[in-house]
Write a protein that binds this ligand. Sequence first.
Ligand code: SF4
Ligand code: SF4
Length: 96
Amino acid sequence: MKIIRDTNLCYACKTCQLICSFHHTKTFWPDQSSIFLSRNPQNGVIKWCIDSTCDGCLNEVEPLCVKYCVYGAIKVVKETVENKENQTTYEYSSKY
Ligand code: SF4
Ligand code: SF4
């Protein structure tokens, strides 16, 4: 499973960062999130990444960052390997 963000839909609201910290700590503690997010106020560029502490929302019904992104900017994708080109591609998946 891989989680990706659509840059055209993300508004840098930070809900995903907060809800991820809730998954890990049961508190809203952005520093304890697997998601890091920042928005440059001068040029509007958004940086967003998930680090290796993401456990795919173990013991949750579904990934909370996906569930609570009201803009639909985060999706779960499945990785597929194209043997011919030896490249990894990503397909959108409706299942978690
Ligand atoms: S919750 Fe969605 S819109 Fe908000 S910062 Fe995260 S990805 Fe972007
Ligand atoms: S799947 Fe869960 S643990 Fe991983 S980034 Fe999303 S909220 Fe955090």
